[in-house]
Design a protein around this ligand. Structure first.
Ligand code: HEC
Ligand code: HEC
Length: 328
């Protein structure tokens, strides 16, 4: 009975708050007790299967500089495997040194994202894959010309034929399918947090255990960072002081301004700096932002009061989300 009431309270609180404030961004109050760890470790549904030949081709294309207009950049120039598939910079640098507006995100677990890019403007990995190729600021190439260039290479022709037997040979569409197949293999292995949640008490330091209780409890992080990937897949304003309209530019709705897709937090320690603008250099800076930095804006969450020790605990928890896997 108690559990029943609790569930309904959780459901009704956001509704009541939304009615009272008349705005779509009324967040539920953080639960008074932490969500069970198992709620964060339940295995996600399997991703679409691809053949090994498709994955291998996708990996080769991901590292191939022939995908850029001047042969200087591959996907991996910006999405560097050893940097969690990010580039370690605040904002990306494209063809000819063009400065990009946004941070290069890490790509771990990208196959589970319901839509791609921080504003969700691409629906599938296949659709996304050719966008950086064609973007004049990123790789500055014509996908059809890239396909023709690859088709002129007998070794590549053979790899495409093996990956897509009987299908169309080297086309922008098969390029995109292979790259997407490779990206779907970027799935995290178990992290110390998973081992702890499965009952191995020593797998996480006491600081990280306390950090988890804050994360899933009073600090309210799990309102948005939930499920296996620690992302609700939705768009939120977290009160960063920049002017990027984010999701608002895609939907045209003012209430979506400053909203960005909640990122997965698995492997998060591997890909600093953080946020869509790369403005926060470390996990400690991210936690400080939620405590002291959130700007007052309709839709932005309230700041969370955290002591110095609590901030360290939260960081210790976030670090326990890095798996043992390294370069992919
Ligand atoms: C010049 C640097 C650069 C290159 C080259 C590049 N990207 Fe990106 N990538 C970015 C940036 C910056 C973003 C974030 C842009 C945004 O969200 O608006 C991004 C976003 C993405 C995303 C979305 C991730 C998410 O969490 O939604 C995927 C997937 C991706 N890139 C794959 C690729 C692939 C595949 C290639 C090669 C065909 C590639 N990128 C080439 C910089 C680059
Ligand atoms: C209202 C929803 C919401 C809440 C609450 C929230 N986050 Fe976030 N979090 C997001 C969104 C959205 C982003 C991406 C924002 C951006 O890129 O501008 C983000 C980004 C992050 C990042 C950086 C990820 C990256 O790849 O750059 C970390 C780390 C993080 N949050 C941790 C936390 C912690 C710790 C808490 C609790 C103190 C918390 N979040 C509370 C929605 C939320």
């Amino acid at each position: 009975m108690k559990a029943f009431l609790y569930r309904w309270m959780i459901r009704l609180t956001p509704l009541a708050a939304a009615l009272l404030s008349g705005c779509n961004y009324a967040y539920p109050a953080p639960p008074s007790r932490p969500a069970a760890p198992s709620a964060f470790t339940r295995a996600p549904a399997a991703l679409a299967a691809a053949t090994p030949a498709q994955v291998a081709l996708g990996r080769a294309l991901f590292h191939d500089t022939r995908l850029s207009g001047d042969g200087s950049l591959s996907c991996a120039s910006c999405h560097q495997p050893e940097l969690g598939f990010g580039d370690g910079r605040a904002t990306g640098v494209g063809i000819g040194g063009t400065k990009l507006k946004r941070h290069t995100p890490g790509l771990w677990n990208v196959g589970f994202a319901p839509a791609l890019f921080v504003d969700g403007r691409a629906a599938t990995l296949e659709e996304q894959a050719l966008m950086p190729v064609a973007n004049p600021d990123e790789m500055g190439a014509d996908p059809a010309k890239v396909a023709a260039r690859l088709a002129a290479d007998p070794a590549m022709r053979a790899r495409f034929a093996a990956a897509f037997p009987g299908g169309p040979a080297v086309t922008p569409a098969t390029m995109a399918r292979a790259i997407a197949a490779y990206e779907r293999t970027m799935v995290s292995g178990a992290a110390p947090f998973d081992r702890w949640a499965a009952g191995s008490a020593g797998s996480m330091a006491p600081a990280a255990v306390r950090g988890y209780a804050l994360f899933a409890g009073r600090a309210g992080c799990a309102r948005c960072h939930n499920g296996w990937a620690l992302s609700d897949g939705k768009y939120h304003d977290v009160g960063l002081p920049d002017t990027d309209p984010g999701r608002g530019a895609i939907t045209g709705r003012r209430r979506d301004d400053h909203a960005f897709r909640t990122p997965s937090l698995r492997e998060i320690g591997r890909a600093p700096p953080y946020m869509h603008d790369g403005s926060l250099p470390s996990l400690a800076a991210v936690v400080d932002h939620y405590a002291d930095g959130v700007v007052a804006r309709r839709g932005a969450p309230a700041r969370v009061a955290l002591t110095a020790a609590e901030r360290r605990d939260l960081v210790a928890f976030l670090e326990a989300l890095d798996s043992d896997a390294v370069v992919h």
